[in-house]
Design a protein around this ligand. Structure first.
Ligand SMILES: NC(=O)c1ccc[n+]([C@@H]2O[C@H](COP(=O)([O-])OP(=O)(O)OC[C@H]3O[C@@H](n4cnc5c(N)ncnc54)[C@H](OP(=O)(O)O)[C@@H]3O)[C@@H](O)[C@H]2O)c1
Length: 327
C-alpha cells in the first residue's frame, strides 16, 4: 500500500476532478508485477495502468489500490471489470469510494469471487494523497491550505516590508513542489504591491514546472499591468472583493487551493473559517517589528483562541514545516 501511495503522490494535481489514485499489482507469488497512477481526465485509472504494467502476471495475483475500484462507466469503463477480466484473485484497498455513482465496486468484485480487503492504511491515504479530493466530495468546496513563511517570532516580513527570503532555499523548493500540485494560488493585492511575486511553480534550476496553478489576486485596488503576476507564465484571475466566501465560490470547480497571504488576506480567510489546513514554514530567525504573519483572526481573549492541532512536523533544511488541521 505504501508503494501505491507513492504512485498516487506522483500523479497528485494532474487528475482533478478525478481522484489521484495509486495501484500496485502483485503476482501470484506476491512479487510486484506492475504499478500505476491515475492519468489526466479521460485517461486510464490507476488500476488499468498497473494491470497494463503487470500484463499476464496479474492472473491469480493481488491488486492493491488506494481507493475502492470504481464501478461505473464514466469517460472510462469500470475498473472492477478490468480487475475481473485480468483474473486477479484478491483486491486490497484503503478508502471506500464516497461517491455514490462510483461506489459498489467492492460488492461487485466479491460477487465475482474476488477476495476483498478494505481499510488498509486508510488514515494515511485520507490525510495524504486523497485529502483534498475527499474534502471536495464531502463538502462540494475546494480544500483550502493557508501557507506562510515566518520567523520564529511570528513575523512574515521585516519592519520595512521586505520578506524575501525568510526561509531557506530547501523550504522554498518545497513550496514550489506544492504549487505545482495545487490548482490555484491566492494572494491579496498587498502582496503583489510589496513583493511583486510571479506566483509560478518553478524547478530548482529556475525553469517553470510543467503544470502551473491559476494565480488569483484578491482586492479592490488596480494591479499594475507590469506586475509579474500578470505575465504569460500562467493564467491569472483578479477578484475584486474582500469576501473569502466569494473567492471560494469563484474557485468552486477546483479541488486544491493554496492561500499564500499576506497577513490581511490570511486573517480574513481564518476569520471566515474557510481554511482547512495551515502550512507554516518556520525559520530560525528573529525579525521583531510590526508585521505579523497574520492579522486579526477574530480572537479577543484566550478563551476564544482558534484551536488547531499538529498533523505533521518536518525538518526542511534549517527550517521546520508545521502542518496543522482544525481541532
Ligand atoms: N511571509 C509570507 O509568507 C508572506 C506572504 C505574503 C506576503 N507577505 C508580506 O506581507 C506584506 C503584505 O501584507 P498585506 O496584508 O498588505 O498583503 P495581502 O493580505 O496579500 O493584501 C492585502 C490586501 O488584500 C485585499 N483584501 C482581500 N480581502 C480582504 C479583506 N477581507 N479585508 C481587507 N483586505 C482584503 C485588500 O486589497 P485592496 O485594498 O486592494 O482592496 C488588502 O489591502 C508584505 O510585507 C509581504 O512581504 C509575507
Amino acid at each position: 500500500m505504501r508503494l501505491a501511495i507513492e504512485q498516487a503522490e506522483r500523479v497528485k494535481g494532474s487528475t482533478y476532478p478525478n481522484p489521484p489514485v495509486g495501484a500496485v499489482i502483485l503476482d501470484a507469488d506476491g512479487q510486484v508485477a506492475g504499478v500505476g497512477g491515475t492519468q489526466p481526465p479521460g485517461g486510464p485509472h490507476a488500476e488499468v495502468m498497473a494491470l497494463r504494467d503487470a500484463g499476464h502476471r496479474a492472473a491469480g495475483g493481488t491488486a492493491v489500490v488506494t481507493l475502492e475500484p470504481c464501478n461505473h462507466h464514466g469517460r472510462t469503463p469500470p475498473c472492477v471489470d478490468a480487475l475481473v477480466a485480468a483474473g486477479v484473485s484478491r483486491v486490497v484497498y484503503a478508502v471506500g469510494d464516497p461517491n455514490p455513482v462510483a461506489a459498489g465496486g467492492s460488492a461487485r468484485m466479491a460477487d465475482a469471487g474476488i477476495e476483498v480487503t478494505a481499510g488498509v492504511l486508510a488514515d494515511e491515504v485520507s490525510r495524504g494523497p486523497l485529502r483534498e479530493w475527499l474534502h471536495k466530495q464531502r463538502t462540494g468546496l475546494p480544500h483550502v491550505t493557508w501557507k506562510f513563511a515566518t520567523s520564529v517570532d511570528g513575523r512574515s516580513a521585516a519592519a520595512d516590508g521586505s520578506s524575501q527570503w525568510i526561509t531557506s532555499e530547501a523550504a522554498r523548493a518545497d513550496v514550489h513542489r506544492r504549487r505545482a500540485v495545487a490548482e490555484a494560488i491566492v494572494v491579496g493585492t498587498g502582496t503583489v504591491f510589496f513583493d511583486d511575486p510571479a506566483l509560478t511553480a518553478r524547478l530548482p534550476d529556475g525553469t517553470l514546472a510543467d503544470r502551473q496553478p491559476l494565480r488569483v489576486v484578491v482586492g479592490e485596488r488596480e494591479v499594475s499591468s507590469d506586475s509579474k503576476v500578470l505575465n504569460d507564465d500562467s493564467r491569472t484571475m483578479v477578484i475584486r472583493t474582500h469576501d473569502p466566501h466569494e473567492v471560494i465560490r469563484s474557485l468552486a470547480d477546483r479541488t486544491d487551493v493554496l492561500v499564500e497571504g499576506g497577513p490581511t488576506l490570511a486573517g480574513a480567510f481564518l476569520r471566515a473559517g474557510v481554511v482547512n489546513r495551515i502550512l507554516a514554514y518556520v525559520a530560525p530567525i528573529l525579525l521583531g517589528g510590526p508585521i505579523t504573519a497574520v492579522d486579526d483572526v477574530g480572537v479577543l481573549s484566550i478563551a476564544h483562541a482558534q484551536r488547531w492541532r499538529f498533523d505533521g512536523i518536518e525538518a526542511i533544511g534549517p527550517d521546520v514545516l508545521l502542518s496543522l488541521v482544525p481541532n
